[in-house]
Design a protein around this ligand. Structure first.
Ligand code: FMN
Length: 397
């Protein structure tokens, strides 16, 4: 057990009018399980377990603002008022368990009409169509398809862009009505907004293309559209691909400049991912090691003077705490490690010794675990049921 001043990881943080109980965020992770975009019992249980597990911000998966903006069949949706009721149930549960519900507003752009990862990750095929999951029309800044076999997207006209902006604004209003306290706009991984940002994909020669100012125009208008229907006191976060990994692509310096602009347009936090320009959701050919994207969060935080979230192979509490203590980020987003251990936050709190009485657990579990702790100590085991070091053992006995 570590004994030191209260770790930052477990220190609440207030952004605008919303206080989050700690610094850990469930990273958005697609389930591709929804029917017609509706939140169902499966989603309630899925996200509910992270709320019970002590996570601060519990972010939904990419949630489509339009049906054509789904990545794959089964994506969660917020394109209709009819979606609000199911999402409201999820938000109420998450809040009841002390978490802060967030929704990731997403539009896939040319990366839509894809198969679920476990069905191949490629474009939807005739076989998928025969199963009842045909591809659908897509939109993008240009008419270039993601790759062979993918739907060739329609190029968004200026009117088309206005229509998408209205969809973002409407989705923000629905998110508020459902009870979400945080919106994250998905502007990374090669999806619609990212493809406007990228000099590799965006070869338009109108006001939404060309130089940096032209290519970020759509992202800034999305921020404005969302802010126009999202309460002043609620935080707005943007997830970006800090670098896209292409030699002629988007660089960290671009991200810093974009973050400054987004801040001026009402964005509070940048969630610093990377890559995904093409087929994969990640940086192509990148070396993966624990915390491989943390430097982006640190550079954007310093360079733009904005709060950041770090994400990517953050595995244990000590690593997460170091990132916060070194002022490299303000939030820690966990993806696959959260899938591995939905009670990660509670387990880290045990390791740090900040919750000796299991007070942060749901009382129906915490009361029992606290009681068990005394019994376990008498046989040389700690509250998690693991053998204590010999020194602790002697002290307790
Ligand atoms: C199953 C799965 C689904 C994902 N879906 C999304 C998504 O909907 N939106 C998004 O921005 N990132 C998505 N990601 C990326 C994660 O949010 C995260 O950035 C990435 O997995 C790296 O973090 P990790 O190493 O903690 O998993 C997904 C990742 C996984 C593993």
């Amino acid at each position: 057990m570590m004994s030191e001043a209260r770790p930052k990881l477990f220190t609440p943080i207030t952004v605008r009018g919303v206080t989050v109980r700690n610094r850990v965020m469930l990273s958005p992770m697609n389930q591709h399980r929804a029917q017609d975009g509706y939140a169902d019992d499966g989603l309630l249980v899925h996200l509910g377990k992270f709320a019970l597990g002590g996570f601060g911000i519990i972010m939904t998966e990419a949630t489509a603002i339009e049906p054509r903006g789904r990545v794959a069949p089964g994506d969660l949706g917020i394109w209709s008022d009819d979606h609000i009721a199911g999402l409201r149930r999820v938000c109420a549960y998450v809040k009841g368990a002390g978490g802060t519900p967030g929704v990731q507003l997403a539009h896939s752009g040319r990366k839509g009409a894809s198969q679920r990862p476990w069905q191949g990750f490629g474009p939807l095929t005739g076989e998928d169509a025969r199963r009842g999951e045909p591809p659908w029309p897509l939109v993008s800044p240009t008419r270039e398809a993601l790759g062979p076999g993918h739907v060739v997207p329609d190029q968004l006209s200026l009117d088309g862009i206005e229509g998408v902006l209205r969809s973002y604004a409407d989705a923000a209003a629905r998110a508020d009505a459902a009870g979400f306290d945080v919106i994250e706009v998905h502007a990374g991984h090669g999806y619609l907004i990212a493809s406007f940002l990228s000099p590799v994909i965006n070869t338009r020669n109108d006001e939404y293309g060309g130089d940096f100012t032209g290519r970020i125009r759509f992202a800034l208008k999305v921020a404005d559209a969302v802010r126009s229907r999202w309460p002043e006191h609620k935080p707005l976060m943007f997830r970006i691909s800090s670098v896209d990994g292409h030699p002629n692509g988007w660089k960290i310096e671009d991200s810093i400049m974009l973050a400054r602009e987004l801040k001026a347009h009402g964005v509070d936090i940048i969630d610093c991912s990377s890559g995904g320009l093409r087929q994969s959701t990640a940086l192509e050919n990148a070396k993966r090691y624990p915390g491989y994207q943390v430097e982006y969060a640190a550079r954007i935080r310093r360079g733009a003077g904005i709060a950041t979230a770090a994400v990517g192979l953050i595995l244990d509490g000590r690593q997460a705490e170091d990132i916060l203590a070194n002022e490299e980020a303000d939030f820690i987003a966990l993806g696959r490690q959260a899938l591995y251990d939905p009670f990660w936050v509670h387990h880290a709190a045990q390791e740090f010794g900040v919750d000796p009485d299991f007070a942060s657990w749901d009382v129906s579990a915490g009361w029992w675990l606290a009681k068990r702790k005394d019994g376990l100590a008498s046989i040389g085991l700690d509250g998690a049921g693991k053998r204590m070091s010999s020194i602790e053992y002697e002290t307790k006995i």
